[in-house]
Design a protein around this ligand. Structure first.
Ligand code: BGC
Ligand code: BGC
Length: 866
């Protein structure tokens, strides 16, 4: 099957996209004075055309009294104290004593990091640590100046690092509600819960405008529609920070917010987290920066630099975008914080030394563990003039400006330590309302929904009674994994919500994950009248969620089997799909009578039952009102799909969403052809690009031992560490793996799939397996490259001679015609290892960029046809 070529239309009409671009963004008069921008000497990155960016005034008028107060403080600060302000360390690696000694400006807790390393730390424990940091920062016993520290945390869907907090739907679900007022109220409620714990600052909202839904952070984005992101960014910033001009702006029950990640995070090639965004500048400004046109005028006080690059240049070192655009053109007078060691990716930088980032306009390093070395090096660079003093002063002025505005010096915390705020009924009711509004009804044949509660309702699927699936990543732990029911006190699962509603109306709901029931499952001895199946993605965060294909359960299809099994028994099936993004689910859709996209709804699962079920009288309680924040794919290759494409052929368009009772018939015969074509051709199948891409996992395999998964940046096998795999740099940080064999036994490093993959199409299309390789020593004993195809199916090619012919220490690209593996018995319809490199003797090689490239067999170094 061929698909029409997809063409990205450069840019859509300004007015269609950006609510204000013909009204709100007029060129302003010269900006108000007071926001001086100092920059470093090395320009770092190319200039662009600043005129494609609307000119904005600083959101807050320059306040001469405030600036004078800062000048006074700064006049007394030593250079050491100033550099200390520019450092943000992580609470696992920094103590109040360190803060006192180094006059650090900030601390953060990363995802899944808690006071005393205790997941169950109470709000009082959080507050206690926060007070200890504050006291330390105000200690002037060494003659220094008292500058209050600021603590930042990722409260990205509620105060999600705290057990018992209210967890709102992730941003993608909120996008479906199209309700900025709701977003503002969520911001207010979140700020209150955060304020209880003595945390002053949240790293939210994410204002990414996502292009390729395979990106693991898609759910952190409100919408693919820049206008929605812009409106929501404004509402969320106002909710979190309060209203500019009000007495409690940034204080009291409010927090400091962050617009992140500046800029272009949602537009990286192939949806690769921390990857490269290649769009023209106009598109960067009008699509990817849309959220900043909401957040900046609302007065957001901090902006987080992004991990990604724009046309090859890392944002952390991008003077043009951070300084010329953000601070000058867009009038941003708060401070730019880095992302988690994000500065290390700037050319010439390491985790502990990066003058280039500060010179480009970064004001505060987020440097979780290596802060002391970075502090020392930054100090030395300031002393030597590598970082101009004016740049240091500008950064510190910005940081102090935010601290003064936020009232941190006054240290009034009206909510600190208060009971009855975290996870209270009012906040949970708000979250439940948000769940109701986030549900999008995609299919409702025969008007199956809403269901009458007085029925026998079978509730199935592993998402039905599963708070982890429901809440997703950034929930108590970073990845949202490792939590149990006990970690969600006060929360309600989707099943619990259904059960409650059904029971109170006189019906019966029975839970069976596998969809099993017997004659005595229901008290009346009858069959189910209907089944509700709740299923979807496992939790993930950041790149752990990057996908190579949008196909749901590409390999296992266990949920499809469950749907089919239930439907075969003659009762209708309602699917409730939990996911962080639209996925290709045509098969599951065909096997369902009704289909609801429920995203990642958070702690208040009862909001689902509110909409799925009528009241006892059969009256609709809450109608479906959610509409798609992202286009839903019809074909599996539609990874980049939005209305700004020519040939926009979604299954359901941006903004689609049925209401209960509305006439609609979705075909039960949607195409089930799940092959990946782009521009009429098969796409490269990436298995490892910086990191392995799902479903592929990197493993060390030795005979007779369970494989060792390589998840962190270093792993080895056996007690004697016969094989070691470590992340190293080829072109960018940690984009390659160094594999070292001691040669004690033959063993391999492999890219294994969670379930066998059908890659036969690649063979038909003349693909080659290609990867970059650097051989450090010429192998003296056999080496091989193999593909595995399930039990007892291994096709192994000798590689020793080829590796011997390569120049040691130099990178080259190797490609192998897939046909060569067929000759050795490979079955590409069920590939379990896409590549296994084995060595018998001692060997050291580095590899990167492992993929199958269609039509590349003819040019391959190792060829077996033609
Ligand atoms: C993420 C940010 C987050 C930070 C602190 C980073 O890895 O990209 O979004 O705010 O960590 O947890
Ligand atoms: C932290 C996250 C952070 C991530 C980035 C994790 O260990 O908990 O907050 O975003 O590392 O690498």
């Amino acid at each position: 099957m061929q698909f029409k070529k997809q063409v990205t239309v450069g840019l859509l009409m300004c007015s269609a996209l950006l609510a204000g671009c013909d009204g709100g963004f007029q060129t302003e008069e010269a900006k108000a004075s007071g926001s001086t921008v100092a920059t470093g000497t090395d320009s770092g990155s190319a200039m662009g055309d600043v005129s494609v960016w609307p000119e904005l005034k600083p959101a807050l008028q320059s306040d001469p009294k405030l600036e004078a107060r800062i000048s006074e403080l700064m006049a007394k600060m030593s250079l050491e104290e100033k550099v200390g302000q520019m450092i943000q360390a992580e609470i696992k690696y920094v103590t109040p004593e360190d803060v006192r000694e180094y006059h650090l400006g900030s601390v953060l807790n990363g995802g899944g990091s808690y006071p005393n390393n205790d997941k169950l730390a109470t709000p009082q424990d959080w507050l206690k640590l926060s007070e200890a940091f504050f006291e330390a920062s105000m200690d002037t016993s060494d003659g220094g100046v008292a500058i209050p520290i600021i603590w930042g945390s990722d409260a990205v869907h509620g105060h999600n690092n705290i057990v018992g907090a209210t967890l709102y739907p992730h941003n993608i679900g909120l996008g479906a509600a199209r309700d900025p007022q709701l977003i503002r109220r969520i911001g207010e409620a979140t700020a209150r819960e955060v304020a209880v714990t003595g945390v002053d600052w949240t790293f939210a909202p994410t204002v990414a405008v996502v292009r390729d839904d395979r990106w693991g952070r898609t759910y952190e984005s409100y919408s693919e529609d820049p206008a929605v992101v812009q409106a929501y960014a404004e509402a969320m910033v106002k909710g979190l920070q309060g209203e500019k001009g009000d007495d409690d702006f940034l204080r009291g029950e409010n927090l400091v917010a962050t617009a992140k990640h500046f800029v272009g995070d949602g537009g990286t090639m192939r949806g690769i987290d921390r990857g490269d965004n290649l769009v023209p500048e106009k598109e960067l400004a009008e699509v990817h920066a849309a959220g900043y046109f909401g957040a900046l005028p609302a007065g957001v006080q901090t902006v987080m630099a992004s991990f990604n690059s724009w046309n090859g240049d890392r944002l952390h070192g991008h003077k043009y975008l951070l300084t010329d655009v953000l601070k000058e053109r867009l009038g941003f007078d708060g401070f730019v914080v880095g992302d988690w060691n994000g500065h290390q990716f700037v050319p010439g930088c390491t985790v502990d030394s990066c003058a280039a980032a500060i010179n480009a306009g970064l004001d505060m390093f987020m440097v979780p563990s290596d802060w002391k070395e970075l502090y020392k090096n930054t100090l030395a660079q300031a002393q030597s003039g590598e970082i101009p003093m004016a740049r240091i002063d500008d950064a510190v002025r910005r940081i102090l400006r935010v601290k003064v505005r936020a009232g941190l010096f006054e240290h009034q915390r009206p909510l600190a330590g208060k009971d009855g705020i975290i996870g209270n009924d009012e906040h949970r009711a708000l979250a439940r309302e948000a769940v109701r509004k986030s549900l999008v009804l995609l299919k409702n044949n025969d008007n199956l929904l809403p269901l009458k509660p007085q029925q026998n309702i079978l509730v199935a699927g592993d998402g039905a009674d599963n708070l982890s699936k429901q809440t997703g990543g950034w929930t108590i732990s970073w990845q949202g994994t490792g939590n149990t029911r006990a970690d969600f006190p006060g929360a309600t699962s989707i099943f619990e919500g259904i059960e409650e509603a059904v029971k109170s109306a006189g019906g019966e709901a029975v839970l069976s994950e596998q969809g099993d029931f017997s004659a005595d499952s229901f008290t009346d001895g009858q069959q189910p009248d209907v089944a509700i199946v709740v299923f979807g993605e496992e939790p993930y965060a950041e790149w752990h969620g990057d996908l190579s294909s949008l196909e749901y359960q590409q390999a296992t299809k266990t949920d499809l089997a469950l749907l089919k099994k239930l439907r075969a028994q003659g009762f209708p099936v309602v699917s409730v799909f939990l996911s962080g993004r639209p996925l290709w689910v045509n098969k599951e859709m065909n096997a369902s009578d009704a289909f609801v996209a429920a995203w990642l709804p958070g702690s208040e699962g009862a909001g689902v039952a509110d909409v799925l079920l009528t009241d006892a009288e059969g009256e609709v309680r809450y109608d479906f009102t959610g509409t798609l924040p992202f286009s839903w794919p019809h074909y599996v290759h539609q990874t980049v799909l939005n209305p700004y494409h020519e040939d926009y052929e979604p299954l359901f368009a941006l903004g689609y969403g049925l209401q209960s009772g509305a006439e609609s018939l979705v075909s039960n015969e949607l195409t089930e052809d799940g092959e990946t074509y782009v521009d009429g051709a098969l796409e490269d199948a990436w298995m490892l690009v910086s990191r392995p891409r799902a479903p592929w996992q990197l493993q060390i395999a030795e005979p007779g031992q369970a494989p060792v998964a390589v998840t962190g940046n270093r792993a080895s096998s056996g007690e004697d560490a016969n094989i070691t795999v470590a992340s190293i740099d080829m072109e960018s940080q940690e984009d390659a793996r160094l594999i070292q064999w001691k040669g004690l036994r033959k063993g391999s490093v492999q890219l294994a799939a969670t379930a066998p993959q059908d890659l036969s199409r690649y063979l038909q299309e003349g693909a080659a397996l290609t990867f970059d390789i650097r051989v450090d020593n010429k192998p003296e004993q056999p080496v091989s490259a193999a593909i595995a195809c399930g039990e007892d199916c291994v096709a192994e090619l000798p590689l020793q001679n080829t590796l011997q012919s390569l120049k040691p220490g130099e990178w080259s690209t190797l490609s192998i015609d897939l046909q060569c593996f067929v000759e050795k018995g490979a079955d590409f319809s069920q590939v379990s290892n896409a590549l296994a490199l084995s060595a018998e003797g001692q060997l050291s090689v580095a590899v990167a960029n492992i993929k199958y490239v269609p039509k590349a067999a003819g040019e391959a170094e190792i060829r077996c046809q033609g």
